[in-house]
Design a protein around this ligand. Structure first.
Ligand code: PLP
Ligand code: COI
Length: 354
């Protein structure tokens, strides 16, 4: 399939790196293609970034059949562009697609389209450590139809955003709030897919957390309300009594690509690393006994985010001394050194855009 390219007639400039924030600055172009039964994915285009025309009856607006991904392109110290494990994102997108009855995409084709788009938007890739070009591939159901079924037509698009840190705290420890009265996902549901509705369902708890001064929600399992799952936009790790622990994947947690990367590095470094059930009581108990040394989240947007405080009902614990812990920083540095081309890509995680 040939990609039609229409160049934007604009001369916008990228804001200063320090002013970027997260997800507010969009580039000049986007990639779009359509799907219909019989034709498959067709009409791939790189075109000026603009509003879409979609029917108000489009099924995505009514029944939420939508999936997305998040990955990043980095400007390396020698001026090259690198993507971090991008194929893993598109593979996860295809798993989300299967779970949401959306047709899969051809990963090689979409990778080529993404690289072409990024090459055109090179000036939007910021260069300072901690900044990057965030890539948001998305698929939405477009049938104008009010009956409940899987759509027959879809739109796939990739938009790009020049970004800085996800949290206002930057690399400083964030505070998280354990949801007691709300759950994110139950077994047999769609928790492991990156589908829009998971985020919509999380809003009521995260707004409450925010009102109390907490950056994000820490979710517990839906059945026993006891075992830790993940945070709103990242997976979670605990360093307890010398063991690095993260919840195992049970179908309700997003299988984060940063999570896999942290686990691989921890194993490579010979750390005592486990993927297992962790109850919130175990974490509070470990804290009481002085064994909870560090907590951090992992995610594309969040990178490695140290957690400095956890609130669970009336109980509040502080972790560390208000600065990022040694282990969190070790993972942060190892990952970002690979992403920004400062360290050898020994794990083969980088795909160059040349
Ligand atoms: N969990 C949730 C709910 C997320 O939204 C994200 C972000 O993508 C993650 C975990 C981390 O996943 P990844 O490391 O692939 O970005
Ligand atoms: C990401 O880390 O890419 C995410 O998708 C998290 C969030 C912004 C929803």
């Amino acid at each position: 399939m040939e990609i039609k390219v229409t160049r934007a007639q604009t001369n916008r400039t990228r804001p200063k790196d320090a002013d970027l924030g997260f997800g507010q600055v969009f580039t000049d172009h986007m990639f779009v293609m359509e799907y219909s039964e019989g034709k498959g994915w067709h009409d791939p285009q790189i075109m000026p970034y603009a509003d879409f025309s979609v029917s108000p009856a489009a099924m995505v607006f009514h029944y939420g059949q939508a999936i997305f991904e998040g990955l990043k392109a980095y400007k390396t110290s020698d001026g090259k562009i690198s993507l971090f494990r991008p194929r893993d994102n598109f593979e996860r997108m295809n798993r989300s697609a299967k779970g949401m009855c959306i047709p899969p995409i051809d990963i090689d084709f979409v990778m080529d389209a993404l690289k072409q788009l990024i090459r055109l938007e090179e000036k939007w890739i910021p260069e300072t450590l901690g900044t990057s070009l965030y890539v948001r591939p998305t698929i939405i159901a477009t049938d104008p139809f009010l009956g409940v079924r899987a759509s027959f037509t879809y739109k796939f698009f990739i938009i790009l955003s020049s970004v800085g840190a996800y949290y206002a705290e930057g690399l400083n420890p964030v505070k998280i709030w354990v949801a007691k009265d709300y759950v994110r996902a139950a077994k047999g549901g769609v928790g492991e897919f990156k589908t829009a509705g998971n985020y919509a369902a999380s809003l009521i708890a995260s707004e409450k957390a925010k009102k109390d001064g907490y950056a994000q929600v820490l979710w517990l399992d839906a059945i026993e309300r006891k075992y830790i799952e993940e945070v709103g936009a990242m997976n979670i790790f605990f360093l307890m009594d010398g063991e690095l622990v993260t919840p195992n994947l049970t179908g309700t947690i997003l299988p984060g690509i940063t999570r896999y990367s942290v686990i691989s590095l921890a194993k490579k470094w010979g750390m005592n690393m486990s993927e297992r059930k962790i109850s919130i009581d175990e974490v509070f108990e470990a804290h009481k006994e002085g064994k909870l040394t560090e907590v951090f989240g992992s995610g594309t947007a969040a990178v490695i985010s140290p957690v400095g405080e956890i609130r669970y009902g009336d109980k509040v614990i502080s972790i560390g001394d208000g600065t990022p812990g040694e282990t969190s920083m070790k993972f942060y540095n190892a990952l970002t050194d690979i992403q920004y081309g400062k360290a050898e890509d020994s794990e083969n995680w980088i795909e160059a855009v040349d």
